[in-house]
Design a protein around this ligand. Structure first.
Ligand code: UD1
Ligand code: CA
Length: 463
């Protein structure tokens, strides 16, 4: 293996994340729909390391399970009860060298950096390989460096060491160049550099940052500045999380605006990374576009709409609604106050109006369900109209059953379809029908529903 190859990557995920004040480990918090851990794993895996290791300890089983279920090639390493980033790497290197000394380069990354991307990591690796350094730290310059380890250089600009905020003197605190907690080491240099780490510092932890100074005894040590400061920002508490999420979301919104999408208010429009939006689509305030949502050209979404893995074809309108894993056809009209649960297919020019709920419903072209209805486990043909307050009774308490309604059917108001039931094409149903048995095409169906009038009746308390 050439010495420039990335033989291993070590993701540090053993910390508790005390400053999040959470019952779950920090790295399992989500950022734009994906956990910090999974985001960093994706970026690191894109560099094709020989081994991808994740170090765990706090709620270790939970973090290990999250890592393994996301990427089956990951190797989980348990940190022992000695604290600190340096100890995490000691534990990792011990295991990674168990079957013989590691050669080549080793990438180390903290996992509390949700925007760490493969391009930045690739640029760091390339810089490291070209520099001939034994160790390269990824740095950035921040207006407010509070909380970060500072990069201390000599008068010629050579990197001397990293000083943690809590151990820094006033002149060190004045430095704005910070450690991002991402490094590339030559494996042999790393093994030696972490041997002598101690915990004689303000936090009583084994600092990985100290390994940079010891690495200098073995080889040259350098720094590479991340081209985009946002990509390397760490999240230690929920205030930083919210600020970073907002900054990232604004970039995503700006990206789509530059692609020809109208976004009225980027401050209240939240768009996750995997969303795709067509030209001249309009996204109104208070909209959350999540998962693999795809929005066609000239579609109008919002205000106050949540789309989760939805496909909205061109010209469709979705207002004040929640739509999950549903395909909405061209020029369809959804909302306001419509709840489309997973598995619906709505045809071109179809409608699901106010207070309509659907689940696994297939609605043909031009079919309308305008008011106050539940349509679940059902197939509706084309150009059928469903009267207000109609319900498909799909559940008998044990099993779900299917309702089939043909094309050009006129369903009266307040109908109840007791599934399993099939209604043919061209049928008309009377208001308040309870349809328990199949109805042939081109017929009319109504159910007896006798009206009784009791004249002069009064409630007991009035008598
Ligand atoms: C660390 C760096 C600091 C840098 C900052 C960037 C050290 C000593 N300090 O500080 O120089 O500016 O990141 O964000 O490295 N972790 C373990 N095991 C542990 C402790 C932590 O695996 O025992 C993991 C955490 O899960 C986290 C990462 O290491 O992913 C960094 O830990 P954190 O406590 O956030 O370090 P910082 O104080 O931010
Ligand atoms: Ca951190």
């Amino acid at each position: 293996m050439a010495s420039s190859a990335l033989s291993a990557a070590i993701i540090l995920a053993a910390g508790e994340g005390t400053r999040m004040k959470s019952s779950k480990p920090k790295v399992l918090h989500t950022f734009a729909g994906k956990t910090f851990l999974n985001r960093v794993m994706d970026s690191v895996a894109a560099l094709n390391p020989g081994t991808l290791a994740v170090v765990v300890r706090f709620q270790g089983e939970r973090v290990a399970e999250a890592a393994r279920s996301y990427n089956e090639h990951v190797i989980v390493i348990e940190q022992d009860d000695k604290p600190g980033t340096g100890r995490a790497v000691q534990c990792a290197m011990e295991q990674l060298s168990a079957n013989g000394e590691l050669t080549g380069s080793v990438l180390i990354a903290a996992s509390d950096m949700p925007l760490l991307d493969a391009e930045t990591l690739g640029a760091l690796l390339e810089f490291h390989n070209n520099s001939g350094n034994g160790a390269t730290v990824l740095t950035t310059v921040l207006d407010d460096p509070t909380g970060y380890g500072r990069i201390i250089r000599d008068s010629e600009g050579n990197v001397l060491r990293i000083v943690e905020q809590k151990d820094a003197n006033s002149s060190e605190l004045a430095v704005h160049e910070v450690n991002t907690s991402v490094y590339v080491f030559d494996a042999a240099v790393l093994s030696k550099a972490i041997k002598g780490l101690n915990s004689n510092n303000a936090q009583g932890e084994f600092y990985l940052t100290d390994a940079l100074e010891t690495a200098k005894r073995e080889s040259a040590v350098g720094a590479f500045a991340a081209p985009d400061p946002l990509s390397v920002e760490g999240v230690n508490d929920r205030v930083q999380l919210a600020a970073l999420a907002r900054a990232h979301n604004l970039r995503v919104c700006e990206h789509w605006m530059r692609e020809g999408v109208d976004i009225l208010d980027p401050q209240t429009t939240w768009i996750e990374d995997d969303v795709i939006i067509g030209r001249d689509a309009v996204i109104l305030p208070g909209s959350f576009l999540q998962g693999h949502t795809v929005i066609g050209e000239n579609a109008v979404v919002g205000p106050y709409t949540t789309l989760i893995g939805a496909t909205i074809d061109a010209e469709a309108h979705v207002e004040r609604s929640r739509v999950q894993e549903t395909h909405i056809g061209r020029a369809a009209n959804i909302g306001p106050w419509t709840y489309l649960r997973p598995g619906n297919e709505l045809g071109e020019g179809s409608k699901a109006g106010a207070f309509v709920e659907m689940k696994k419903a297939h609605i043909g072209n031009g079919t309308k369900v305008p008011h106050l209805s539940y349509v679940g486990d059902a197939d509706l043909g084309e150009h059928t109209n469903i009267g207000g307050g109609t319900i498909t009774a799909n559940y008998d308490g044990v099993h779900k059953h299917h309702t089939t309604i043909g094309s050009n059917v006129h369903v009266g108001a307040g109908n109840l379809f007791v599934a399993p039931v099939t209604v043919g094409d061209g049928v008309t149903t009377g208001a308040g029908s309870v349809v328990r048995h199949d109805v042939p095409s081109d017929s009319m169906v109504y159910s007896e529903n006798t009206q009784h009038v009791v004249e002069g009746w009064k409630p007991e308390w009035e008598r």
